[in-house]
Design a protein. Sequence first.
Length: 431
Amino acid sequence: MNRVITKLLPLAALLIVPVLAQAQDTSSAMRGRILDEAGNPLAGASIVLEDMRTGVERNYQTNATGTFLAARLPVGGPYLVTINNTQSAEVGLIELGETYQLTVNMLPPMEEIIATGRVMDTIETTSGPTAAFSLQDLDSSVAFNRDISDVYAADPRMSLDGDVSRGIAVNCAGKHPRFNNVTLDGVSHQDRFGLNNNGWSTATGMPFPYDAIQQVSVELAPFDTNYGGFSACNINAVTKSGTNEWEANVFYEYTTDDLVNDELDGEDFSSEQSYTQEKYGFSVGGPILRDKLFFFAAYEESEAPNFLAMGYDGSGNGVERSWLSAADYQRVLDAAANYGIDTGGQPGDKAQETENYLIRLDWNITDRHNLALIYNFYDGVQGRGSDYDPYEFEFATTSTTRVPSRRRIPRSGMRNGQMLFRHSCTTPIQG
């Protein structure tokens, strides 16, 4: 824990360094239409929109068509809409990139309520086919790998390919993951060089904590000039913000070969390799100044085995090569020694280690301006086989490579941080 605190202390000074974000949706919007008792548009109505999580209120006024537009709203909810201080409506959830359509009829209180309906004009709320995943979806999904790609499997248009040790790839509509674009709060985390199997910018896993995500949307074919640089799908995630309520979460996952069943229906399933795997972390968020300044942080660390050990026939080291005898193995060692080459002997198993955390500060300056400071750190190392063909034998000095996967801050400034200045304003809608 001391090591974690030591790493977090310098971030206060680094948070002020801005990095330009890409043009991706990181918020939601609400379009409301207010009707009077006769069903006619109510112009000039006073609208108060309250984020019930933070207590932040935004004020609007309907135009001649009885319409108001609340743009750049934090995703999620609930929101409370109050009209002329007399009638209110609650909106439970607004999805990422969505323009929520709200219609309120200012009917007086009555003992008998008759509900009628009519066909409304079709309104496009997204720029193309989209799969949206809310915080409830993320919390209820069986995410064994604590990766948002585990959630995508619920949609038949996305499929997962690969394994944990080499990286799980997300195929959108059958296209290779290198054709995707992945962003966190508008900042790209895509594998731009195409070297990683998982499509992330980091080879050893998702480059931000799972508990830091508020919502995710996967846009398969957005018809919007703001999007670009991909031909499969745009995976857009936004992070959590602190609220007026303090919330904290701690998790610990542990497994070992001792917990694996050795036998099932007479068949031997005992593991020949001993291993342990751990993953742990925490998240915490709450108010620094109620209704004004909020804080959220998430930390995650893991260590898992990577089975790379191999040996000659009868060596008892990892996966034995039945075609390589002890005599032939020794002949190769002797020949290499004659040339002064140290083979390192038989390779052993390696480990995959990751550490990542995210810190976010939100300042509600006015009802039209808010400032978000977000810092994300990732560090991962993976021992990886250079080939691992079953008909080859690779000595320890050539069989494994230590693959670092980092998103660090260089000495000259912040590399993987971001400063977002979000300006919310009311856009008049002409009738």
